[in-house]
Design a protein around this ligand. Structure first.
Ligand code: 2M8
Length: 440
């Protein structure tokens, strides 16, 4: 299996290659996405470190003067599927002039990817690569804290489901539905006109509608962009009762990992993280543990306005394992969920939503299917927590799954069928990493 699977994975990454970066899927996602490129770079670090370095560098084409790394950089000359027009990044003074971008961010894995790539680069190339990227990464992390944790609560607040990466997971969609809809949308819902949206959608031309976000959820997400745009995408100007503001579990867990990577990068360069920023890093580690719910033994995201935990279980509950913040009893409870019989451990683990949850949907996007990037992050977390046997089991099952079903975007947790885009870049890249990571 190994060499053939590695060859197929590399082929996907080669076919999805653009000039200096890699799109998630040639047909379906033709632009550059932030966390996708980070996963791609991590995989490419195994086979082609120079290309991996280029992948990370290409992300900084989109960096705003504020330091923000946008969740998308639009490819030129590609037919616009609609969202470019909604963002209108060129109208923002801080946005880059040479490329059009979205105006929100995505899980902050850039420092993590930089560290993986730096370690793979030959000695003489490593120093210059790090010296070039380090200040830009620091700017990004400063932005995250300055703009998204202005009250210094320790957790970064997200303003749109697309920022969390696990876009349509049930807690986010529940919050989205609580947001008051504009009059025209309420009218359209009452008259059943929302079904018309289906005609104008381009995503469902490539992938069955059942595997994507529902039309209503999709429309609400667009409404939310327009609202955020009116407030300059500025958290402090957005009224909590008319927005969806979430202290997201996955994002903040990955932020802790990224902060650690940044600290490591500083050390490699013989520098230090400035004390003020370092203090904020510590505050996130502590605050992440506020998201634990003792009765259910899981972590949840939190509504940033009300402070309420969004207690619908999702795969994000395992990400604090990678952050390394959980106490031993909490780790033990989480590990208990990663074995049979558990709704988080069906035949093809780990489902994005546990199989016994009311919201579980076998084939719909982030509402049930198994995703390779989540499995990969959980494996990293399991290794960090010393649960190497569970890590090895999940690694083997993940590789079997992609070997059989192909390098799809996501998979049925029940029967292993592949869904969404075929030949998906992060599935391919992380497969390369998993194939090589047996000994770690
Ligand atoms: C999905 O998100 C985009 C919007 O950003 C979409 O639905 O069109 C998510 O799975 C996200 O995590 C991912 O980065 C993106 C590209 O693969 O697709």
């Amino acid at each position: 299996m190994t060499s053939d699977l590695a060859r197929r994975a590399q082929e996907v990454l080669d076919n999805n290659r653009r000039e200096s970066w890699t799109c998630p899927s040639s047909q379906f996602y033709p632009h550059q996405w932030l966390w996708d490129s980070c996963f791609v770079a991590i995989g490419l670090a195994r086979t082609d470190p120079q290309r991996a370095a280029g992948e990370v560098r290409a992300l900084f084409r989109g960096q705003w003067e504020t330091g923000m790394l946008p969740h998308m950089i639009f490819a030129e000359g590609v037919r616009d599927f609609g969202t470019k027009r909604i963002w209108q990044s060129r109208k923002r003074a801080a946005a880059p002039r040479n490329v059009e971008t979205s105006c929100i961010t995505q899980p902050p894995l850039a420092a993590v990817a930089t560290l993986y790539v730096a370690r793979a680069l030959p000695g003489p190339e490593r120093g210059p690569f790090l010296a070039e990227l380090f200040p830009k990464l620091v700017d990004y992390h400063r932005w995250l804290y300055r703009e998204r944790d202005p009250r210094e609560r320790g957790l970064v607040t997200l303003i749109h489901p697309w920022e969390c990466g696990l876009d349509t997971t049930p807690p986010w969609m529940r919050e989205l539905r609580r947001m008051p809809a504009p009059w025209w949308m309420r009218l359209a819902l009452r008259l059943g006109l929302v079904r018309l949206v289906q005609f104008f959608r381009t995503d469902t031309k490539y992938v069955p509608a059942a595997e994507r976000a529902s039309a209503v959820d999709g429309l609400r997400m667009l409404v939310l962009i327009r609202r955020a745009r009116r407030h300059g995408f500025d958290l402090e100007r957005m009224a909590p009762e008319r927005s969806v503001l979430v202290e997201d579990l996955a994002f903040n867990s990955l932020l802790v990992v990224a902060n650690r990577s940044l600290t490591e990068l500083a050390r490699e360069l013989g520098r230090e993280i400035e004390p003020e920023l370092d203090r904020r890093f510590r505050s996130t580690e502590a605050a992440l543990e506020e998201l634990w719910d003792e009765p259910t033994g899981q972590y949840y995201s939190r509504n940033a306005g009300t402070g309420e935990l969004l207690d619908i279980p999702t795969v994000a509950t395992f990400l604090p394992l990678w952050a390394g913040t959980a106490s031993p009893p909490r780790v033990t409870r989480l590990l208990g969920l990663l074995q049979e019989p558990s709704s988080f451990w069906p035949r093809f683990p780990v489902p994005s939503v546990p199989t016994d949850a009311r919201q579980f949907d076998d084939d719909r996007y982030w509402k049930g299917p198994t995703w390779v990037n989540m499995n990969w992050a959980i494996i990293e977390g399991l290794r960090r927590s010393g649960a190497t046997d569970v890590a090895a089991e999940l690694r083997a099952r993940t590789l079997d799954l992609v070997d059989t079903a192909g390098l799809a975007e996501y998979f049925s947790a029940l029967d292993g069928r592949g869904f969404g885009a075929h030949d998906f870049s992060w599935t391919a890249a992380l497969t390369l990493d998993l194939l090589e990571s047996a000994a770690r």
